[in-house]
Design a protein around this ligand. Sequence first.
Ligand code: TIU
Length: 220
Amino acid sequence: MTTIAAVPFLYNFDVAATALVIIDMQRDFVEPGGFGETLGNDVSLLQAIVPACQAVLAAWREAGGLVVHTREAHTPNLSNCPPAKRNRGAPTLRIGDVGPMGRILVAGEPGNQIIPELAPAAGEIVLDKPGKGAFYATPLHEQLQANGITHLLFMGVTTEVCVQTSMREANDRGYDCLLLEDCTESYFPQFKAAAVEMMRAQGAIVGWTATSAQLLAALE
Ligand code: TIU
């Protein structure tokens, strides 16, 4: 059993029963020309977490833990993209339109690839999800159950959208979730701060938070 002095209290986990879940570290959100930028955001903010994510991923692989990578992705015919999602807001390019990195948020396009710094390795789970949450319309719960997973460590983007939605879905399915604070980012720093606070409030109502340094030290 491994223990982290997390917030709001100790987080105990067994590496063999824990998965590292990396949410949507794909070019669409982190690089110019993708979905994040078409929504009007400054994507450079998100690039700051890449080194910390790389360090955690390397240590987790070394420890032999299960890794799950997700991508927010729609099928090329957009059959799993509700019109309500495609029509929302006033983006310069909509989901399915052709942008500088290929069709926006469509599976298989250059922009939909996970950034090279965090590229999936053989044997790791790579999951395309049509929603903000990683459990909606995906086999993730069954895959985790098949691997005996009870605890989830979260990293990725963006904190208050896909990370928070996925963590809440996981919490409702009975997983003990921990968010690595310096391995997640938002286009809106105040939203990240609020999301981190609300998840660990009320006695870890959604889950725990800790830093990557705490996890790395615990794994040594
Ligand atoms: N817009 C935004 O902040 N996020 C998303 O649309 N998707 C994810 O968070 N991955």
